[in-house]
Design a protein around this ligand. Sequence first.
Ligand code: ADP
Length: 479
Amino acid sequence: MKILFAASEAHPLIKTGGLGDVAGSLPAALERLHQDVRVILPAYRHILERLPEATVVAEFPVPGSPEPVRLRRATLVKDGVPVYLVDVPALFDRAGGPYSDPQGRDWYDNALRFATFCRAVVRVAANHAGLDWAPDVVHCNDWQTGLVPPLLIREPRRPPMVFTIHNLAYQGVFTRDTFQYLGLPPELWSMYALEFYGGFSFIKGGLVFADRLTTVSPTYAREICTPEFGAGLDGVLRGRADRLEGILNGVDYRVWDPGRDTLIPHRYTAHAMQGKQRDKIALQKRMGLTVEPRVPLFGHIGRMVEQKGVDLILDALPALMTEDLQLAILGNGEARFEAAFRTAAERRPGRLGVHIGYDESLAHLVEAGCDAFLMPSRFEPCGLSQLYSLRYGTIPVVRRTGGLADTVVDADGKSIRSGAATGFVFDEPTPDALASGVRRALERYRRPPAWRNLIGNAMRQDFSWRRSAQAYLALYRRI
Ligand code: ADP
């Protein structure tokens, strides 16, 4: 099949979170299943600097865009999946992140930036870009691609459209003035289309007009149809529930496997675990923790926002620190959480190590060097870090929500006996529930044979992309 995969980030060219991981890995996994898949991304400055060889293959005007779009072509990795870059320097050639300026504020013109991107995607999808390539399916991802379905559906000859929700909390909501300024078709201003509580919503375009909807775990697919998780769109989603399914993300085990990870100092496998002990010592040194191979070390990596429950970790610290354990925290995000973690670390030298920032190689060392991993998310569409933890034999302690509920098996009597147990799952989003999850993990940790069993179970889990890619391919074929 010919598949056009539209996203606003893709690893290794540009990544801010899970979407970037998915858009980097899923197309490659589809290609390994012998599909003709091409990714389309905005040509951010950062990407063009990395891909000086990206040549212009088409040029066309797009309504509302300050300049004509130049479409460049390159590959995601050397000899890898082809990628089209939507090059509009006035919109994308700037210092800063894909969504926000160097100060961390959303770009003032995000609506125009991503509307232009969507219009370019529509040109390519409808085979009006002069590429002589007509995709059999268009796969859109998150709000930045949300205008593709409502615009593409107007084309007389158009491919079927899949829209994947990676995180419903980010919706791309703008004002009515912006709607008019973008010159969107007036009939889309309707509560049955883009209108959303007096403004308009990019993501709603995807939810209403795509032929099929997916999200990144079966549990999250059910959760977003409820008011608690639906972020105002649960009604729309309930109306399309028969078109919505959950497909778990996979892990790129070429990048995330302790047996071949090039970013950790000591590699290890389930059968030869000595390297993990050495990575633990390396991590303790790197994080300013007391070097104590026998003290259990818990890690956390993630964006410091409420979704991830970092405030629960902060509030649980007094209880956690009465236990004989260490904590290693890597993350960045809201200033209030960053500051609170910095202060907490100063007060507990040697026991609480905090690194504020985004650091890919330190993330690998945290996964490798820790004994257990905390993920107390309030909601979690899929979550990748717990999947990495499983493979690194770093036992996840997670809240029962979304993808966490679907991928971690709580170590209770039954699952321990059957060999299915892989971690510790707690229910309530409270510091107490988190602390009791940690205490259950500590109890097991103190019984080395039981802990080793748990590690063995965890490391055996297979969340490779192949399985997920087959599920997407089956869906493409159905439509
Ligand atoms: P989300 O997409 O909601 O941020 P996921 O668990 O799906 O959460 O994906 C997070 C990804 O981003 C993982 O690959 C994780 O290792 C990475 N990550 C998050 N924060 C950091 C950080 N501060 N430094 C390095 N990697 C990070």
